[in-house]
Design a protein around this ligand. Structure first.
Ligand code: SF4
Length: 250
């Protein structure tokens, strides 16, 4: 893929459809100028780091939403803290209603993530994010079309309906990029990588639901092994013109 290096003229009244071929930089500039209340959500993996790096010059004080599920690898939490300090990020930590894994186990029993990962993701990811998004007009995510067949149609910008009925914008500045583009950008700008990537992990979520990938496997093949689940649910709820996801599925 060849990406343009020039920046589009940024006009907040620009029709979002005009951004489909724009650079991530141009998409982000349009988003922060068009949406008064905007946040970025990340788990501090490579795509998220590329977006955060762009935002350092575009909107350095943007709220950085981090879903602390209570099941993250220690490496993820330490890496989050390192990057947050290095780039002076305004991290907003989101937690499920039970606060941590121990409290969740008192109500749902141990290892809910094995018995019902959709319920576990709903409690610790989907609902906290939905609640937090009520305060925003839009959010930015690092989704890319090359990550999985389910993400192959990811638009640059789409509407997302919250359970309250409020509609917000969801922005995917890297939708057209592939893994090589991300790695090249990260290397060119001397951005550190999540330590588990160097240990063979392709995509890093919670420790009970993530394993390193083997040679020939796709980036997200190490997520939710032994189940048909491939997404946590934060990217599939509330698409006004797409398939709706039930509470049970979240
Ligand atoms: S990824 Fe696994 S541990 Fe994390 S919230 Fe979802 S089911 Fe629970």
């Amino acid at each position: 893929m060849t990406l343009r290096n020039d920046h589009l003229f940024v006009d907040p009244s620009l029709d979002p459809s005009a951004l489909q071929e724009a650079t991530p930089d141009a998409v982000l500039r349009w988003a922060v100028q068009s949406l008064d209340r905007i946040a970025v959500a990340t788990s501090f993996q490579s795509s998220g780091l590329v977006i955060l790096h762009h935002l350092r010059t575009i909107k350095p004080d943007i709220p950085v939403l981090f879903l602390d599920t209570g099941f993250h690898f220690e490496e993820t939490l330490r890496f989050r803290d390192t990057i947050a300090e290095m780039w002076d990020l305004k991290v907003v930590t989101l937690r499920g209603e039970h606060g941590n894994a121990e409290e969740q186990a008192k109500i749902y029993g141990s290892e809910l993530y094995r018995r019902s990962p959709d319920t576990c993701c709903g409690i610790n990811k989907v609902k906290p994010l939905q609640t937090a998004l009520e305060e925003y007009d839009g959010w930015i995510s690092g989704l890319r079309r090359d990550q999985s067949p389910l993400r192959a149609e990811t638009p640059i910008i789409e509407a997302q309906l919250l359970p309250s009925g409020n509609e917000i914008m969801k922005i995917h500045p890297l939708a057209r990029w592939n893994k090589s583009d991300v790695d090249a950008y990260r290397l060119a700008h001397d951005i550190p990588s999540h330590p588990l990537l160097e240990m063979g992990y392709g995509s890093i979520g919670c420790w009970p639901c993530t394993r390193a990938i083997k040679a020939g496997e796709a980036e997200r093949d190490g997520r939710w092994e032994g189940s048909s689940k491939t997404e946590c649910g934060i990217h599939s709820f509330g698409k006004p013109h797409g398939p709706q996801q039930s509470e049970a599925e979240q």
